[in-house]
Write a protein that binds this ligand. Structure first.
Ligand code: ZN
Length: 144
């Protein structure tokens, strides 16, 4: 399960509205609790570097990701997930999303944005042990 504050949840959804009709993307910092719950303590917005196809692809600059990870660790935060938007497409993961997901145990949050308005936000956890058997599993989200 993914636990997230109302303000962080709103920030994710607003980001998708602001970048529409392009995809937004960002990183979720927080902590992994013992009971399988991930708690988001900070949302970091990233630039989408997929200039070739920003309406249906996203990519976070690896250098930006490393900086976010380092600054998070200095505050005691881990990367617990990632988020992006689907402009005029359902809030369901695509085969590309799965192929490009490599952080096992992390949450992948997708918000559908229809005609510029954020509609549905879903979370999926990347499970499996390696690239060959990885898969996304529906994950409950608790907004507190
Ligand atoms: Zn996607």
């Amino acid at each position: 399960m993914l636990t997230i504050s109302q303000s962080a949840y709103t920030s994710i959804r607003q980001h998708g509205e602001e970048t529409y009709p392009h995809e937004c993307c960002g990183v979720l910092l927080g902590r992994f609790d013992d009971n399988g719950v991930k708690t988001v303590t900070r949302v970091v917005r990233c630039g989408n570097t997929r200039a070739d196809s920003p309406h249906n692809r996203y990519n976070i600059d690896p250098r930006e990701l490393i900086r976010i990870q380092r600054e998070g660790r200095e505050r005691g935060e881990d990367i617990v997930g990632f988020y992006h938007s689907h402009p005029d497409h359902p809030a369901q993961w695509s085969s590309t999303d799965l192929a490009e997901a490599h952080w096992f145990g992390c949450s992948y949050v997708i918000t559908s944005v229809e005609k510029g308005m954020a509609v549905i936000t879903n979370s999926f956890e990347l499970t499996g042990s390696d690239e060959a058997d990885k898969m996304f599993v529906d994950e409950a989200t608790e907004v507190s």
